[in-house]
Design a binder for this molecule. Structure first.
Ligand code: SF4
Length: 698
């Protein structure tokens, strides 16, 4: 039983003229109960419920109460994106801190979001422009605040491109273990300040790192310190972020970088604990792995050639291959090497890396005990040797399978991805992707009964079975109550769904009609967010719209997401120019909040199916074994729900969600049934007539 009433703790906010929302009160009360009883809650709350306040106010109340009782209570709120983090830190928490006193809050981001003068030393070499930037930053160091990109740009008085920022920002590959002093290191400073705060706003990637750092030791401090409550907002995005975070990649370049770190670490370590043979052992293990990578690339390229498959953009399971038809010439040679020599290479590399890793561990511990300074390269080499050892162990397992699915250290899919460099030279990356993060993710939820966990989102229900079963199981979420709170918006009158009648000429190679897209944008008088799942289709649509502008037939500002775009800034431009049109890709399916006039039409050029590639097949196969036979469909319904959810963000919003993919109108297509289920779930009227769209928006 919870003793605190939502209405009581919400009263200060109501005093500021905010309305009482039924759904928000239900969610707030459920979170109070979870906190007071140290239980876990899964809650789906539709758009407009007011999830942020429903989470933050109970946390703040508990912080205040605990302080009075002299009991510890720290809370972490995790969101998926930096935009959502900023919304909480720059808007919601400053507002709440004027009403509720005696609590501290901080934001913590991944280290690539903080300036690092050590990394910048490399940027200034032979780059006059970067040199001038770094010099200016050094001179105005006292004005750099938290050392975030915004701080740096404020000091410089100009924006930096993603590439320029990467040259001066911290990175885990440059600095695996934060060894500089706190005063010198913005990333360490941010962590220490976060650990001292009552409430920390992070993103899901930080949760993943914290769980890894605390693995096997629940009392370890990790990245976030100890805490009593964790709220994971945008909870449906936790699984993909964890998969991404825990994916291991391995290319010839990565190998060379890691090998360099290991070799340098070994060289430095010899001056502390002499070992005459270890240098040769390190070199031999690298030679084995380079030979292996060379063969894998050669074999898979020849295999692709045989089946007329393009190497560039290919993705194939790394496993024993049964080559169809007669195998002759170079492919036969490469296949024999692939199957016969590689297991031996891996075994020898594993033995060597075990020896190196043990040696570097011994030296690191000795150096720490004897307080020997300057061992950063040894530690870095030790980290690199452990990473390589784990990769080698997983690779060994992959070579023994026929489907690349490995049951070791969790469930991984092993894949070979083919690329081409700018000069046309082929290169390859081996990816080890966790197909199932549920076991490892359990570390996020702490010891049973020790921590309150809330998994929260507007889209947690698996629409293929109507339950939260997948949402819970995919991240190993602990047992506890469930809650569903509907959106307070009137979806019958605020939203209309347009499905293409598919009666116009399609864009070549795509699934939508450009003239239909243009008519819908004109019907919405700009004010459109058009979502693409392919960069190529987005570029082509951009070109066509620019052409129409030159002809005077497209009077609106066209905003386009590019590789270097700052999502937040693009959104601000879109909001400010209320008749602009924004073309974007998948990253804009979530975290976009444009209430009011500026967004009246959300168009999907293609039904958002995940790419049906080797990895996807492995994921489908794996989740079938866990009883989720409609995994692929579930994923696309979730993506569609997120994209459609960008439209109605307040009771003032009115607009149209357009499904422009011809297959949504084709009963023979495998998209048809899924799209029908997706649009029905939105609970709004459906039309196939642009005149109705125009009348609705007029
Ligand atoms: S510890 Fe040093 S190298 Fe690492 S991020 Fe901090 S300042 Fe940069």
């Amino acid at each position: 039983m919870s003793t605190t009433k939502w209405a009581d703790i919400f009263a200060p906010v109501m005093g500021q003229g905010r309305e009482v929302r039924e759904g928000q009160a239900a969610l707030g009360q459920a979170i109070i109960k979870a906190i007071e009883t140290k239980t876990n809650l899964v809650a789906e709350a539709g758009t407009g419920t007011g999830k942020s306040f429903a989470s933050l106010i109970p946390i703040i109340h508990q912080i205040q109460t605990s302080k009075k009782r002299n009991k510890p209570f720290r809370a972490i709120v995790s969101t998926e994106t930096l935009i959502l983090q900023r919304q909480l830190i720059d808007k919601d928490l400053p507002f709440l801190s004027t009403l509720y006193k005696d609590f501290t809050y901080r934001k913590l981001m991944g280290r690539s979001n903080y300036l690092c003068f050590e990394v910048a030393k490399g940027a200034v070499v032979a780059d006059i422009y970067m040199n001038s930037i770094v010099e200016k930053l050094k001179m105005r160091q006292t004005n750099l605040g938290n050392g975030e990109k915004d701080d740096v740009e404020r000091v410089l008085g100009r924006e930096l491109t993603a590439d320029q920022w990467a040259k001066i920002a911290s990175s885990s590959s440059f600095c695996p273990d934060n060894q500089c002093t706190t005063e010198k290191c913005y990333s360490t400073l941010a962590r220490e300040r976060a650990k001292a705060a009552d409430l920390v706003v992070v993103n899901h990637a930080i949760l993943a790192t914290d769980a890894e750092m605390k693995a096997g030791d629940p009392l370890a401090d990790g990245m976030l310190g100890q805490f009593e409550c964790l709220i994971v907002d945008e909870g449906h995005q936790l699984e993909p972020v964890l998969v991404n975070q825990w994916t291991k990649e391995f290319s010839e370049r990565d190998l060379t970088t890691m090998a360099g770190s290991v070799q340098q670490g070994v060289e430095d370590a010899k001056s502390i604990v002499p070992n005459h043979s270890i240098g040769k052992t390190a070199n031999d293990s690298m030679d084995e792995l380079l030979a292996l990578l060379k063969n894998v690339k050669n074999f898979y390229m020849l295999l692709g050639e045989k089946s007329n498959q393009e190497w560039k953009g290919s993705s194939t399971s790394l496993s024993l291959k049964t080559v169809r038809g007669a195998v002759t010439g170079p492919l036969l040679y490469a296949m024999n090497e692939f199957e016969e020599e590689n297991p031996g290479r891996l075994a020898r590399a594993e033995a060597a890396l075990t020896e190196i890793s043990d040696y570097l561990a011994k030296v690191t511990h000795k150096a720490a005990e004897e307080k020997i300074k300057g061992i950063r390269k040894i530690r870095k080499g030790w980290t690199a040797s452990r990473d390589m050892l784990e990769i080698v162990q997983i690779l060994s397992k992959a070579f023994a399978t026929t489907d690349g699915i490995i049951q070791a250290y969790g469930t991984y899919g092993a894949l070979v991805d083919g690329f081409e460099k700018q000069d046309g030279t082929p290169w390859m990356k081996i990816r080890l992707v966790p197909l199932d993060v549920s076991t490892k993710a359990k570390g996020i939820w702490g010891k049973e009964g020790g921590q309150t966990n809330v998994l929260l989102s507007a889209t947690l229900t698996d629409l293929t079975d109507g339950t939260f079963r997948y949402a819970r199981e995919c991240v190993g979420f602990p047992a506890g109550p469930e809650l569903r709170v509907n959106s307070p918006f009137d979806m019958q009158n605020q939203q209309l769904i347009y499905i293409t009648p598919a009666n116009r000429a399609k864009v070549e190679g795509a699934q939508y009609s450009f003239s239909e897209l243009l008519d819908l944008i004109l019907a919405a008088r700009g004010r459109s967010l058009i979502l693409f799942t392919s960069r190529k289709e987005l570029d082509e649509a951009t070109e066509q719209l620019q052409y129409m502008r030159n002809l005077g037939q497209f009077p609106y500002t066209l905003l386009v997401q590019t590789k270097d775009s700052d999502k937040q800034k693009l959104m601000e431009q879109f909001k400010a120019d209320t008749h602009s049109v924004l073309l974007a890709t998948k990253s804009f399916f979530v975290g976009i909040d444009v209430p009011g006039e500026a967004l009246s039409f959300v168009g999907l050029a293609k039904w958002p199916n995940e790419r049906y590639d080797a990895l996807c097949k492995q994921q489908i196969a794996h989740w079938r074994t866990r009883g989720f036979s409609r995994w692929y469909e579930r994923l696309s319904l979730t993506l569609f729900g997120q994209a459609a959810g960008r439209l109605i963000r307040s009771s003032d919003c009115k607009g149209v969600v357009g499904v422009l993919d011809f297959r949504a109108n084709d009963a023979e297509s495998n998209v048809f049934k899924t799209a029908k289920l997706g649009v029905t779930t939105l609970g709004s009227p459906i039309t196939q007539d642009i005149a109705t769209v125009k009348a609705f928006l007029s």
